[in-house]
Ligand binder design. Structure first.
Ligand SMILES: C[S@@+](CC[C@H](N)C(=O)[O-])C[C@H]1O[C@@H](n2cnc3c(N)ncnc32)[C@H](O)[C@@H]1O
Length: 321
């Protein structure tokens, strides 16, 4: 069991979050109690890390850095490598650089100057992966930064990082799906980054995000898009860039019209970027022979995926409830 009830109670000890605490705790305990054959290996990693002295967390761009006195880099590396693959990061522990597949700071830099300052806001990070961005949100001074992420390995990765931190950092990651969240409008900022295209119903996802937001709250929505007029979407038949569960890639205009339909206001496109092999790269931290962006593109034309679709391009939109 990696969810510490004390830490949970401390995080949810907040006038608004208290109202959803019991339900979130139950869903999380049920999720952690599943029968997953990897849990013994992941638990060894956590036990090894818990034996290492805790240290200060800070930003040492592009890394989230934790500095501990007396930690052996070989022990750290061995423990963190029990939790492969590391998709999100990068992190640095003393001089050990955990170079994740994604350079998360690229995305953060694209959006940081456009969002309302997170200081003292209650923030929800939907589909948070291992919590790299949730931690960045807490580091920006969020009153509470709650990440929700159903994939258990990523919750273990988060617990591994957190187990090395010497103080409370107003961040928490829980194994909850957005659709399972108790519906209550309590968050001042909601992030949905890299999640919409995984949903069977884009409208349900947008409305579920809205349900969690206080009036006037800010949504930061990042998703894959394609070129095309209003009304156009690509619905891949089979895989997209080797990913199996990509349901729909709208044009930017189509996406904006979905947000209008969901009654979001002040819809602003703040960035459109083609994903580069610098941002998504093959590293030793995703495992031996593991593939990354360059392996998903047509070797003779990098503007196309292997399946012949336009190569990954992502938009970031900011709007208000
Ligand atoms: C592509 S990753 C993006 C991670 C991170 N937000 C980022 O921007 O790098 C999408 C994540 O969303 C999670 N996810 C998918 N559907 C979800 C849902 N309905 N509720 C919460 N998380 C979901 C997946 O497990 C996956 O880890």
């Amino acid at each position: 069991m990696i969810l510490f009830t004390d830490e949970f109670r401390l995080f949810f000890n907040d006038s608004s979050l208290q109202e959803i605490a019991d339900k979130c705790l139950k869903i999380s305990l049920d999720a952690f109690n599943v029968n997953n054959g990897n849990i013994p290996k992941w638990t060894i990693a956590l036990d090894e890390l818990k034996a290492i002295p805790k240290g200060e967390i800070g930003l040492n761009e592009p890394y989230i850095r934790i500095d501990q006195n007396g930690a052996d880099p070989i022990e750290l590396e061995r423990a963190f490598k029990r939790l492969l693959p590391w998709r999100k990061g990068p992190f640095r522990f003393n001089n050990l650089k955990l170079e994740s597949e994604w350079q998360g700071d690229f995305k953060w830099k694209r959006l940081q100057k456009h969002i309302s300052p997170l200081k003292n806001r209650r923030v929800l990070d939907v589909g948070a992966g291992n919590g790299y961005f949730t931690l960045r949100m807490a580091m920006e001074g969020a009153k509470k930064a709650l990440g929700i992420e159903p994939f258990l390995l990523f919750n273990y990765q988060y617990a591994a990082i957190k187990s090395l931190v010497n103080k409370d950092i107003n961040a928490m990651l829980l194994p909850i799906r957005l659709e399972e969240m108790p519906k209550l409008s309590i968050f001042d900022t909601v992030f949905s980054m890299g999640v919409l295209y995984h949903q069977r119903s884009h409208m349900e996802h947008l409305l579920q995000l809205k349900d969690m937001m206080v009036p006037g709250a800010e949504l930061i929505l990042e998703t894959l898009v394609v070129e095309g007029p209003n009304g156009y979407s690509l619905i891949p038949d089979g895989r997209y860039a080797q990913m199996r569960n990509v349901h729909c890639l709208p044009s930017v205009e189509t996406l904006k019209s979905w947000l209008v339909d969901a009654k979001f206001k002040n819809i602003k496109v703040i960035d459109i970027s083609k994903t580069s092999p610098e941002e998504q790269r093959r590293t030793e931290w995703i495992g031996d022979n593991a593939a990354s962006l360059e392996d998903f593109l047509d070797p003779s034309d990098s503007s196309l995926t292997k399946e012949g679709h336009p190569a990954p391009t992502r938009v970031i939109i900011i709007c208000n409830n």
